[in-house]
Design a protein around this ligand. Structure first.
Ligand SMILES: Nc1nc2c(ncn2[C@@H]2O[C@H](COP(=O)(O)OP(=O)(O)OP(=O)(O)O)[C@@H](O)[C@H]2O)c(=O)[nH]1
Length: 487
C-alpha cells in the first residue's frame, strides 16, 4: 500500500482566500458556502465536500440533515439520496461514539478507512466507498452547529498538518457566516417587534457622546432606519425642553445612588412634528471606578395610553353634558386648594334652576339639556377665573369662591342670579326652525366653607348649610339669593 497523500497546503490557502471573499460578497450566505466548498474541493482533489447540520443529539444517536455538498463528479453526489434527509445515525460503535463526542467538543477527526477498526463506522465508510475522510465541526456560539467533511473515494489522504489547519479555518469562516446570518435574522425580528409595539432602543456613550438608536426609533423620529448616527444634540432636540431637564435631574439622582434602572415619561417630537408621550426606561452602566459610562434602554410610545388616562380622568372629574366639573371634580379642586392656599375665607354657592320641570315638560328633555349647557356658560361668565363651577346633579350647580367677605359673596350670588334672569335664552324645540325665547331664574343658597384637614366633613357641612339657604330662597318665592348666616 503506498503512503497516504498529503493535501497541497498552498492550494488550500488559495481556495480559502477565494472562498472567504465569496462568503463576504454573496447575497445569500448559502451561495458563499457553495463557492467555498467548491474551491476547497478542487484545491484538495477530494471527491466530495459536505456539510451535515446537527439537528439533535440524543443518547442513542445523532439526527442530522445533509445541507451542503460539492462533488468532483455527479457520480459522487449523495445529498439527493433520500436516506440523507434528516437521517439518524445510531451510536452503536465505540469508535463512532468517540468521533461524535469529538465533534461535539469542536475537535476535528481524520481517518483512513483501511485503518479503522471493524465496526459500524468502518461499515459506513465502506458502504460509500470512502477511502479516507476528514471532518471538522462547525461551532456556532459554542454549539456544535454541524460538520464539514471531505470524502476521498480514490485516494488515501493524510490530512494532519497544514491541510487540516486550512479546513479548521474554513469551518470557522462558515460558522461566522452562519452567526452573522442568525444575527441579521434576529435583528429583523427585533426591528419588526419594535415597530409593532411602537417602541425603540437607544444608547448614549456618556464619555464620547456617541449615540445609537434602533431603526424603529430612527423611523419614528423621522430619520431613515439605517441612519448612521444621530448627533447627541439632535437626539436631545427631540425631547421637550422641560422634560429634558427632568431627565437630566433623574440621571443625576440615579448616579448619586448608583441606581442602575429608572423610568420617566417624556414628550418626544416624532416624524409628523407632533409631540407624543413616551416612556423612557433607562439603564445605566457604570465603570469599575463608579463613572457613568453608558446610558441606554427602551423608549415606548405611550401617547394612546396617556390619552385614555386623560379621557378617563376627564370622565371622572367633569360633567359630560355641560363640561363643568362634577361633584368629584369639585372635591379634588378643593383638595388641591387645601394643599396650597392659606385657609382663607371660602364659600359654597348652591344654584338651582327654578321650575325646571316645566321647561322639560313644555319643550322636551333635549331642549332642557341645551338650557343646562347655556345656563352653565352664563354662570361661568359671572365668575372670576379662580372660582370653580361644578354641576352637582340634575339642574343644580355649585360654585366655590374664596377671598371674599360675606357681603362680597352675596354680591357674587346676586350677579349669578341676574346674569340668568336678565337675558332670555333661545331654544329650538322639535321640528320648529324658529328659536323660542325662554326666561329662566335661579335660586342661590350660600354657606361658608372651611378648608380644613377633614375636607369631606367640612364640605358636607357647607353643602347642608347652602342647601338650607337654597330651600329658604325657594320658600321665599325663588329667583333670590339667601346666605346661611342671614336671619
Ligand atoms: N333636561 C334635563 N332635565 C333634567 C336633568 N336632570 C334633571 N332634570 C330635570 O330637572 C327637573 C327638576 O325638577 P324639580 O326637582 O321638581 O324642581 P323644579 O321643577 O326645578 O322646581 P324647583 O326646583 O322647586 O324650582 C326634573 O324634571 C328633572 O327631570 C338633565 O340632565 N336634563
Amino acid at each position: 500500500m503506498p503512503a497516504p497523500l498529503s493535501p497541497d497546503a498552498p492550494s488550500l490557502l488559495n481556495a480559502l482566500a477565494l472562498g472567504s471573499r465569496a462568503l463576504i460578497d454573496a447575497h445569500f450566505w448559502s451561495e458563499g458556502v457553495d463557492q467555498l466548498l467548491a474551491a476547497l474541493g478542487e484545491a484538495s482533489g477530494v471527491n466530495r465536500v459536505w456539510i451535515f447540520q446537527t439537528i439533535e443529539r440524543n443518547p442513542n444517536g445523532v439526527l442530522q440533515d445533509f445541507v451542503f455538498e460539492w462533488a468532483s463528479s455527479s457520480h459522487y453526489r449523495e445529498r439527493t439520496q433520500k436516506r440523507f434527509r434528516f437521517f439518524t445515525t445510531l451510536i452503536d460503535d465505540p469508535e463512532y461514539e468517540e468521533m461524535v463526542n469529538r465533534r461535539e467538543r469542536g475537535d476535528s477527526h481524520t481517518c483512513i478507512t483501511s485503518k479503522v477498526d471493524p465496526g459500524s463506522l468502518r461499515d459506513n465508510l465502506e458502504s460509500q466507498s470512502i477511502l479516507s475522510m476528514v471532518t471538522v465541526p462547525i461551532m456556532v456560539d459554542g454549539q456544535w452547529w454541524g460538520t464539514l467533511g471531505f470524502d476521498d473515494c480514490e485516494r488515501e489522504v493524510d490530512w494532519e498538518g497544514a491541510g487540516l489547519q486550512a479546513l479548521v479555518i474554513s469551518a470557522e469562516l462558515i460558522a461566522s457566516a452562519i452567526y452573522r446570518q442568525q444575527l441579521t435574522r434576529r435583528q429583523r425580528q427585533v426591528d419588526l417587534l419594535q415597530q409593532v409595539a411602537a417602541c425603540g432602543t437607544w444608547e448614549i456613550n456618556t464619555r464620547s457622546g456617541a449615540t445609537w438608536c434602533s431603526s424603529a426609533l430612527l423611523l419614528s423620529l423621522g430619520y431613515p432606519g439605517d441612519y448612521a448616527r444621530l448627533p447627541l444634540r439632535r437626539l436631545l432636540a427631540h425631547t421637550m425642553p422641560t422634560d429634558r431637564l427632568r431627565v437630566f435631574g433623574l440621571i443625576r439622582e440615579c448616579h448619586q445612588r448608583l441606581q442602575t434602572q429608572c423610568r420617566i415619561d417624556v414628550q418626544l417630537r416624532v416624524a409628523s412634528g407632533q409631540w407624543r408621550w413616551h416612556e423612557l426606561v433607562m439603564e445605566s452602566y457604570y465603570s469599575d471606578d463608579g463613572y457613568l459610562a453608558r446610558i441606554g434602554g427602551l423608549v415606548i410610545d405611550i401617547s394612546q395610553r396617556k390619552k385614555s388616562e386623560e379621557q378617563a380622568w376627564a370622565a371622572a372629574e367633569f360633567d359630560a353634558l355641560t363640561g363643568t366639573r362634577n361633584r368629584r371634580g369639585l372635591a379634588n379642586h378643593l383638595a388641591q386648594l387645601n394643599g396650597q392656599a392659606e385657609a382663607a375665607a371660602y364659600y359654597l354657592l348652591m344654584i338651582d334652576i327654578d321650575y325646571f320641570k316645566h321647561i322639560n315638560d313644555r319643550y322636551g328633555h333635549p331642549a332642557g339639556d341645551t338650557l343646562l349647557v347655556e345656563m352653565a356658560k352664563r354662570v361661568y361668565e359671572a365668575l372670576r377665573p379662580e372660582d370653580c363651577l361644578a354641576r352637582f346633579g340634575g339642574e343644580e350647580f355649585a360654585v366655590t369662591a374664596g377671598d371674599l367677605s360675606h357681603q362680597q359673596v352675596v354680591q357674587l350670588g346676586e350677579r349669578i342670579r341676574q346674569t340668568v334672569a336678565q337675558q332670555p335664552f333661545y331654544l329650538t324645540a322639535g321640528d320648529s326652525q324658529t328659536p323660542m325665547m325662554v326666561t329662566l331664574t335661579v335660586s342661590v343658597g350660600i354657606a361658608p366653607l372651611a378648608l380644613t384637614s377633614d375636607l369631606d366633613h367640612s364640605q358636607a357641612v357647607a353643602v347642608a348649610q347652602a342647601d338650607q339657604a337654597l330651600y329658604a330662597a325657594k320658600e321665599a318665592g325663588r329667583n333670590r339669593v339667601v346666605a346661611h348666616w342671614q336671619p
